[in-house]
Design a protein. Sequence first.
Length: 228
Amino acid sequence: MAETENQKEPVKEEHKETVSETVTMEEELLLPRDTLLSAGIHIGTRMKTKNMEPFIYRVRPDGLFVLDIKKTDERIRIVAKFLARFQPSKIAVASARLYAQQPVKKFCELIGAIPIIGRFIPGSFSNPLYPNRLEPDVLLVSDPRADSQSIKEAALVGIPVVALCSTDNDFTGIDLVIPTNNKGRRALATIYWLLARQILREKGELAPDQDLNVQIEEFETKILREET
Protein backbone atom coordinates (compact mmCIF):
# COMPACT_ATOMS: atom_id res chain seq x y z
CA MET A 1 0.00 0.00 0.00
CA ALA A 2 1.44 3.40 -0.98
CA GLU A 3 1.78 5.89 1.85
CA THR A 4 0.29 9.38 1.55
CA GLU A 5 1.30 11.17 4.75
CA ASN A 6 2.82 14.63 4.31
CA GLN A 7 6.46 15.16 5.22
CA LYS A 8 7.93 18.65 5.49
CA GLU A 9 11.50 17.42 5.82
CA PRO A 10 13.45 15.62 3.08
CA VAL A 11 13.36 11.84 3.35
CA LYS A 12 16.73 10.51 4.47
CA GLU A 13 18.77 8.38 2.09
CA GLU A 14 19.00 4.76 3.18
CA HIS A 15 22.35 4.25 1.51
CA LYS A 16 25.00 6.65 2.79
CA GLU A 17 27.10 8.57 0.29
CA THR A 18 30.65 9.70 0.92
CA VAL A 19 31.28 13.39 1.41
CA SER A 20 33.35 13.57 -1.76
CA GLU A 21 30.55 12.00 -3.85
CA THR A 22 28.01 14.44 -2.45
CA VAL A 23 30.22 17.45 -3.14
CA THR A 24 30.87 16.30 -6.71
CA MET A 25 27.16 15.90 -7.37
CA GLU A 26 26.45 19.38 -5.99
CA GLU A 27 29.18 20.96 -8.08
CA GLU A 28 28.21 19.52 -11.45
CA LEU A 29 25.07 17.86 -12.77
CA LEU A 30 24.76 16.29 -16.21
CA LEU A 31 22.59 19.24 -17.24
CA PRO A 32 22.14 22.62 -15.51
CA ARG A 33 19.81 22.43 -12.54
CA ASP A 34 17.38 24.93 -14.10
CA THR A 35 17.14 22.79 -17.24
CA LEU A 36 16.33 19.68 -15.21
CA LEU A 37 13.77 21.53 -13.11
CA SER A 38 12.09 23.13 -16.12
CA ALA A 39 11.77 19.65 -17.68
CA GLY A 40 9.94 18.52 -14.54
CA ILE A 41 12.05 15.43 -13.93
CA HIS A 42 11.64 16.01 -10.19
CA ILE A 43 7.84 16.06 -10.19
CA GLY A 44 6.37 12.95 -8.63
CA THR A 45 2.82 12.02 -7.70
CA ARG A 46 0.66 12.42 -4.60
CA MET A 47 1.53 8.87 -3.58
CA LYS A 48 4.78 7.36 -2.43
CA THR A 49 5.96 3.82 -1.85
CA LYS A 50 8.40 2.62 0.77
CA ASN A 51 10.83 1.70 -2.02
CA MET A 52 10.93 5.27 -3.34
CA GLU A 53 11.40 7.03 0.01
CA PRO A 54 15.21 7.34 -0.33
CA PHE A 55 14.78 9.35 -3.54
CA ILE A 56 12.14 11.81 -2.29
CA TYR A 57 13.36 15.27 -1.36
CA ARG A 58 10.19 16.82 0.06
CA VAL A 59 6.44 17.05 -0.25
CA ARG A 60 4.78 20.20 -1.55
CA PRO A 61 1.88 21.89 0.25
CA ASP A 62 -0.47 20.46 -2.37
CA GLY A 63 0.64 16.93 -1.44
CA LEU A 64 2.82 16.29 -4.47
CA PHE A 65 6.05 14.43 -3.70
CA VAL A 66 9.23 15.90 -5.17
CA LEU A 67 12.24 13.82 -6.20
CA ASP A 68 15.86 14.73 -5.46
CA ILE A 69 17.44 15.65 -8.81
CA LYS A 70 20.95 14.94 -7.49
CA LYS A 71 19.96 11.34 -6.91
CA THR A 72 18.35 11.16 -10.34
CA ASP A 73 21.59 12.48 -11.83
CA GLU A 74 23.63 9.96 -9.86
CA ARG A 75 21.45 7.04 -11.00
CA ILE A 76 21.66 8.06 -14.66
CA ARG A 77 25.44 7.78 -14.37
CA ILE A 78 25.22 4.38 -12.66
CA VAL A 79 22.71 3.00 -15.18
CA ALA A 80 24.78 4.31 -18.11
CA LYS A 81 27.87 2.48 -16.81
CA PHE A 82 25.80 -0.67 -16.40
CA LEU A 83 24.12 -0.58 -19.82
CA ALA A 84 27.37 0.33 -21.59
CA ARG A 85 28.64 -3.17 -20.68
CA PHE A 86 26.05 -4.81 -22.96
CA GLN A 87 25.98 -5.14 -26.72
CA PRO A 88 23.48 -2.48 -27.86
CA SER A 89 21.53 -5.07 -29.88
CA LYS A 90 21.00 -7.03 -26.67
CA ILE A 91 19.35 -4.11 -24.82
CA ALA A 92 15.53 -4.08 -25.05
CA VAL A 93 13.63 -0.92 -24.15
CA ALA A 94 9.90 -1.16 -23.45
CA SER A 95 7.33 1.60 -23.50
CA ALA A 96 3.59 1.05 -23.32
CA ARG A 97 2.89 4.68 -22.36
CA LEU A 98 2.39 7.04 -25.29
CA TYR A 99 4.62 9.84 -23.99
CA ALA A 100 7.59 7.50 -23.62
CA GLN A 101 7.38 6.01 -27.11
CA GLN A 102 9.16 8.77 -29.05
CA PRO A 103 11.91 9.05 -26.40
CA VAL A 104 12.42 5.28 -26.57
CA LYS A 105 12.56 5.30 -30.38
CA LYS A 106 15.23 8.03 -30.44
CA PHE A 107 17.19 6.43 -27.61
CA CYS A 108 17.27 3.07 -29.40
CA GLU A 109 18.13 4.72 -32.71
CA LEU A 110 21.13 6.45 -31.18
CA ILE A 111 22.59 3.58 -29.16
CA GLY A 112 21.40 0.66 -31.31
CA ALA A 113 19.00 -0.92 -28.80
CA ILE A 114 15.74 -2.77 -29.50
CA PRO A 115 12.57 -0.66 -29.05
CA ILE A 116 9.41 -2.42 -27.83
CA ILE A 117 6.71 0.17 -28.44
CA GLY A 118 3.10 -0.14 -27.38
CA ARG A 119 1.59 -3.37 -26.10
CA PHE A 120 4.10 -6.01 -25.08
CA ILE A 121 3.15 -9.30 -26.75
CA PRO A 122 3.08 -12.12 -24.16
CA GLY A 123 5.76 -14.66 -24.99
CA SER A 124 8.06 -12.14 -26.68
CA PHE A 125 10.87 -13.23 -24.37
CA SER A 126 9.68 -16.53 -22.94
CA ASN A 127 8.02 -18.48 -25.76
CA PRO A 128 10.61 -20.24 -27.96
CA LEU A 129 7.91 -20.95 -30.56
CA TYR A 130 6.95 -17.29 -31.00
CA PRO A 131 8.30 -16.26 -34.44
CA ASN A 132 9.23 -12.73 -33.33
CA ARG A 133 10.82 -13.81 -30.07
CA LEU A 134 13.49 -11.50 -28.67
CA GLU A 135 16.50 -12.61 -26.65
CA PRO A 136 17.83 -9.50 -24.90
CA ASP A 137 20.42 -9.56 -22.15
CA VAL A 138 18.86 -6.64 -20.27
CA LEU A 139 15.53 -4.79 -20.22
CA LEU A 140 14.90 -1.08 -19.66
CA VAL A 141 11.29 -0.06 -18.95
CA SER A 142 9.72 3.37 -18.91
CA ASP A 143 7.13 2.67 -16.20
CA PRO A 144 6.99 -0.52 -14.09
CA ARG A 145 3.21 -0.36 -13.92
CA ALA A 146 2.53 0.13 -17.62
CA ASP A 147 5.34 -2.25 -18.62
CA SER A 148 4.58 -4.96 -16.08
CA GLN A 149 4.22 -7.77 -18.64
CA SER A 150 7.73 -7.25 -19.99
CA ILE A 151 9.09 -7.22 -16.42
CA LYS A 152 7.38 -10.54 -15.67
CA GLU A 153 8.88 -12.11 -18.79
CA ALA A 154 12.33 -10.75 -18.02
CA ALA A 155 12.09 -12.58 -14.69
CA LEU A 156 11.10 -15.79 -16.46
CA VAL A 157 14.18 -15.72 -18.69
CA GLY A 158 16.49 -14.37 -15.99
CA ILE A 159 17.56 -11.00 -17.36
CA PRO A 160 18.07 -7.84 -15.26
CA VAL A 161 15.57 -5.00 -15.40
CA VAL A 162 16.28 -1.27 -15.22
CA ALA A 163 13.28 1.02 -14.67
CA LEU A 164 12.35 4.68 -14.65
CA CYS A 165 10.38 5.00 -11.40
CA SER A 166 8.23 7.78 -10.01
CA THR A 167 7.21 8.16 -6.38
CA ASP A 168 4.29 5.74 -6.74
CA ASN A 169 6.25 2.78 -8.14
CA ASP A 170 7.55 -0.24 -6.24
CA PHE A 171 10.60 -2.28 -7.15
CA THR A 172 9.05 -5.72 -7.67
CA GLY A 173 11.06 -7.46 -10.38
CA ILE A 174 13.39 -4.47 -10.82
CA ASP A 175 17.15 -4.56 -10.32
CA LEU A 176 18.18 -0.94 -10.90
CA VAL A 177 16.14 2.27 -10.69
CA ILE A 178 16.32 5.78 -12.12
CA PRO A 179 14.05 7.98 -9.96
CA THR A 180 12.24 10.41 -12.24
CA ASN A 181 8.96 11.75 -13.48
CA ASN A 182 8.03 8.90 -15.82
CA LYS A 183 4.77 10.41 -17.08
CA GLY A 184 5.64 13.89 -18.38
CA ARG A 185 6.56 14.44 -22.05
CA ARG A 186 9.49 16.76 -21.45
CA ALA A 187 10.76 14.80 -18.46
CA LEU A 188 10.84 11.53 -20.41
CA ALA A 189 12.54 13.20 -23.37
CA THR A 190 15.19 14.71 -21.09
CA ILE A 191 15.90 11.47 -19.20
CA TYR A 192 16.26 9.35 -22.34
CA TRP A 193 18.40 12.04 -24.02
CA LEU A 194 20.68 12.18 -20.99
CA LEU A 195 20.89 8.41 -20.72
CA ALA A 196 21.76 8.03 -24.41
CA ARG A 197 24.45 10.69 -24.14
CA GLN A 198 25.93 9.18 -21.01
CA ILE A 199 26.00 5.64 -22.44
CA LEU A 200 27.81 6.85 -25.56
CA ARG A 201 30.27 8.73 -23.38
CA GLU A 202 30.89 5.61 -21.30
CA LYS A 203 31.53 3.60 -24.46
CA GLY A 204 33.96 6.23 -25.76
CA GLU A 205 31.77 7.07 -28.74
CA LEU A 206 31.37 10.61 -27.41
CA ALA A 207 34.00 12.65 -25.63
CA PRO A 208 33.31 13.31 -21.92
CA ASP A 209 32.24 16.88 -22.74
CA GLN A 210 30.58 16.15 -26.08
CA ASP A 211 26.84 16.40 -26.70
CA LEU A 212 24.56 14.35 -28.90
CA ASN A 213 23.98 15.61 -32.43
CA VAL A 214 20.23 15.74 -31.74
CA GLN A 215 18.36 18.06 -29.40
CA ILE A 216 16.11 17.04 -26.51
CA GLU A 217 13.15 18.33 -28.54
CA GLU A 218 13.66 15.48 -31.01
CA PHE A 219 13.08 13.01 -28.18
CA GLU A 220 9.83 14.66 -27.12
CA THR A 221 6.46 13.24 -28.13
CA LYS A 222 4.53 15.79 -30.16
CA ILE A 223 0.89 16.47 -29.45
CA LEU A 224 -1.15 16.62 -32.64
CA ARG A 225 -3.65 19.45 -32.53
CA GLU A 226 -7.08 18.82 -33.96
CA GLU A 227 -8.11 21.12 -36.76
CA THR A 228 -10.99 23.43 -35.93
